[in-house]
Design a binder for this molecule. Structure first.
Ligand SMILES: COc1ccc(C[C@H]2SC(=S)NC2=O)c(OC)c1
Ligand SMILES: [Zn+2]
Length: 261
């Protein structure tokens, strides 16, 4: 199970040797979403997503995942509605995945892991002047989580997969100038939402999570392409970038709300 990958991962990558619990943490992520314990909230609005594909800048391997970063100097790519009080600007998206298809996602649903999970990271530029400040505030960030399951080939993802060999090593970057990430978000509007945190240091409790109920389907070759990336820089002893997910955190005094009955 994921425990052995945790021990293996522990040996593999320093990030997950970081403090896995933070002192005083009451809203840490990821969590298991127990479907029957989630509470339907009829006041939750539909999530409105409007991305401008030309705000896409580049893909880079930061040694933890690969990120696709966006120009967030204006409100051209935003989300609004859902559980959110303000509109939030798209900053980047990235993924978490496993060495094998049995695990890889950060969140679980009824204790089931998906082979991978997409995070679309947005920040509250209405209230905060910079992303860095928003990262430190309870309503600073909004992250859309999308589960990836093994199935049909995903056309939209393939344009991303085709660029991955160019960012095989840590601290490599490749230009990626037109991409609409809404092609990675399932059409079904249903989501869960809860108050949580970043899942890597600084682990700040600044994230309103919006987890889509419906996964997207990707094929084995596309998942394998993620697994050929490296945690390590060119010239270092190669360590495959796999199992880059944080262990589950306690729910504590939180309720997961659903936008659907
Ligand atoms: C300094 O600010 C940071 C640091 C790290 C991440 C990425 C983490 S947090 C998440 S969600 N998934 C991840 O892998 C940030 O993303 C918002 C923001
Ligand atoms: Zn993430």
């Amino acid at each position: 199970g994921a425990c052995c990958s945790y021990r293996l991962r522990d040996a593999l990558h320093p990030l997950w040797q970081s403090p896995l619990t933070i002192p005083g943490g009451t809203r840490q992520s990821p969590i298991n979403i127990q479907w029957r314990d989630s509470v339907y909230d009829p006041f939750l609005k539909p999530l409105k997503i409007s991305y401008d594909p030309t705000t896409c800048l580049h893909i880079w391997n930061n040694g933890y995942s690969f990120l696709v970063e966006f120009d967030d100097s204006t409100d051209r790519s935003i989300i609004v509605g859902g559980p959110l009080e303000n509109q939030y600007r798209l900053k980047q998206f990235h993924f978490h995945w496993g060495a094998i298809n049995e695990w890889g996602s950060e969140h679980t649903v009824d204790s089931k892991f998906y082979p991978a999970e997409l995070h679309l990271v947005h920040w509250n530029a209405v209230v905060y002047p910079t992303f860095e400040e928003a990262v430190m505030e309870g309503n600073g960030l909004a992250v859309i989580g999308v589960f990836l399951k093994l199935g049909a080939h995903h056309e939209g993802l393939q344009t991303l997969v085709d660029a991955l060999p160019a960012v095989k090593h840590k601290d490599t970057v490749v230009e990626f100038d037109v991409f609409d990430p809404s092609c990675l978000i399932p059409s079904c509007p249903d989501y869960w939402t809860y108050a949580g945190s970043l899942t890597t240091p600084p682990l700040t409790e600044s994230v309103t999570w919006i987890i889509k109920k419906q996964p997207i389907e990707v094929d084995e070759n596309q998942l394998e392409a993620f697994r050929m990336l490296l945690f390590t820089s060119d010239g270092e002893e190669e360590k495959r970038m796999v199992d880059n997910f944080r262990p589950l955190q306690p729910l504590m005094n939180r309720t997961v709300r659903s936008s659907f009955q």
